[in-house]
Design a protein around this ligand. Sequence first.
Ligand code: SAM
Length: 210
Amino acid sequence: MSDARATEVMCARASRRLKVLVGCERSGKVRDAFIRRGHDAMSCDQLPSDSDGPHYQGDVFDVVDYPWDLAIIHPPCTNTSVSGAKHFAAKWRDGRQACGVAFALRLWKSLAHVPHVALEHPVSILSTLWRKPDQIIQPWMFGHGEVKATCLWLRGLPKLTPTNVVDGRTPRVHWLPPSPERTRLRSETYAGIANAMAEQWALSQRELLG
Ligand SMILES: C[S@@+](CC[C@H](N)C(=O)[O-])C[C@H]1O[C@@H](n2cnc3c(N)ncnc32)[C@H](O)[C@@H]1O
């Protein structure tokens, strides 16, 4: 461990405030769940944040090299998700699929210096081209009566434990017509999942650091 990293770990031990990057997040849901628990979380997205809080508007690769304790990343899934499988041939031909996969894998590799990393993605071709996810969660396991299989690839983090298993199995934004707003709502992290990440992964960080 370098001196700089050792100093960072000592500071984290002393203050118990974790430096958390939430990459490719505009909603602020995960960022704010960590901030409410006393951590120094920052979101980053090409778009402005939907809610007030620490946010870097720009390319996530501008900030990956910061000495984060924990990174949670939500790479774009438009060209990788199996929900768009009928367009896979066209997306392969013009390179969109390769770009989507390469972006996610480059981001994961760019965080090699971060001790605890989670990559979140829907069911996608990452599972076959990279590796199977470590966990697949559903919103109904975290207090939302909806279905949306969400894959988690984890490094240095435990699987999430369901916090509130509820009835109800409707697809997310089922009744909304197609629109940019629908796309945004479809990709927004559920509050129950964001809270579980902050509760369970900050605790495991504390155990690991302290
Ligand atoms: C699947 S959505 C994730 C949304 C997230 N779950 C939330 O609650 O806001 C992917 C996000 O990645 C952002 N994005 C795409 N390329 C990016 C880049 N190079 N740097 C930062 N953000 C990027 C998009 O603007 C989009 O908001």
